[in-house]
Design a binder for this molecule. Structure first.
Ligand code: SF4
Ligand code: SF4
Length: 331
């Protein structure tokens, strides 16, 4: 039913990126692994993927590549989807890299995804909590660059250094045809951490959205395919501010699961949503071991989730003061 299904592997990441709130869940993730609850969640993900048979599966974390049974999870789902996207931080040691089950992975189906933030060695320590030196991060990217799997790098366009960042990456990594470039609006993680920044940079986003191919060309990415990113997909909403033009409301593009903070009677509880931009508190709860998967289809068709579209995080670009001013000036 859904084109995309997104799951969150319960495994702490090794980084402390300043823009991210996910690493705050690291102690919880570690505890759930110790208790065996993480296995129940991962088994449920396999069941959901076999049930919905999405064209593409997106796997985030924490850091999924560090989970000791991640290879088994991939083996269990690989015949039930066409493409598997794995989100990784490229922040792990050489020893951890060598322990990864790369030989077990269906690499021809896999795309490793990553969003660099500035890709700037001089700002790296301040941005990542000094967890790993930039040289280790770069070495990991180059190492994965040699793998058969595709590597997609999603760059954020709402800052002035965007073109320079793309150019720097191109020079340092020398991407070949197994690399893909994607442009996105913002890495808006946590409880709307990036909302104010989104509003401040709305005018720049509207301008950049009209020149995405130029940005890639200017930075030397001409020969490497630019993949459609969120900014392309969401342009009807970006331009109009009209939620009825949002693709996520028009058809079942995405189902995404994440760990809910609450558990009931020792059973894990997940939260699911039908698009990436709902406000943090929205969505439905799913109690593993109690609820039926058919309930998820029922709730999608019922459509009550649309009541939260007024607080769409993406829509923040269309309604910001900067955007309103720009429209008035033009008018
Ligand atoms: S952005 Fe990713 S790698 Fe960085 S702290 Fe968050 S979860 Fe970890
Ligand atoms: S919250 Fe935004 S992106 Fe999500 S369905 Fe509503 S309008 Fe679309």
């Amino acid at each position: 039913m859904f084109d995309h299904l997104r799951i969150q592997v319960v495994q702490p990441c090794r980084a402390r990126c300043t823009w991210c709130a996910t690493h705050l869940k690291n102690p919880l993730f570690a505890q759930l692994n110790t208790m065996g609850v993480a296995d129940l969640i991962h088994d449920f993900y396999v069941e959901a993927i076999r049930y919905f048979r999405p064209r593409e599966v997106f796997i985030s974390g924490g850091e999924p590549l560090l989970h000791p049974r991640f290879g088994a999870l991939l083996t269990a789902i690989k015949d039930h989807t066409e493409r598997i996207h794995i989100f990784t931080s490229y922040q792990w040691s050489v020893e951890e890299r060598e322990a990864m089950p790369l030989a077990q992975m269906p690499l021809s189906k896999i795309v490793f995804n990553h969003t660099p933030i500035y890709f700037d060695p001089t700002r790296w320590d301040a941005l990542t909590g000094e967890c790993f030196p930039f040289s280790v991060y770069l070495d990991n990217i180059r190492y994965f660059g040699q793998l058969e799997a595709r590597k997609r790098f999603k760059f954020i366009i709402n800052h002035e250094d965007c073109v320079e960042e793309l150019r720097r990456f191109h020079q340092m990594v020398e991407p070949d045809k197994r690399f893909q470039l994607s442009l996105k609006v913002l890495n808006d993680q946590g409880d709307g951490l990036g909302r104010e920044q989104m509003k401040r940079t709305a005018t720049l986003i509207h301008q950049r959205a009209r020149e995405l191919d130029d940005i890639a060309q200017q930075a030397g990415w001409g020969k490497v395919g630019r993949k459609m990113g969120s900014i392309d997909q969401m342009s009807p909403l970006l331009e109009s501010g009209d939620v009825s033009r949002c693709g996520y409301r028009q058809r079942a593009i995405e189902l995404r699961f994440a760990l809910d903070r609450k558990a009931r009677n020792g059973r894990p509880v997940l939260r699911y949503r039908y698009c990436p931009y709902f406000p943090p508190r929205s969505g439905h709860r799913f109690h593993i071991g109690r609820d039926e998967l058919s309930r998820i289809e029922h709730n999608y068709r019922k459509g009550s989730y649309r009541k939260d579209c007024h607080a769409c995080r993406f829509l923040a670009y269309c309604t910001s003061e900067a955007r309103t001013r720009e429209t008035k000036d033009v008018g």
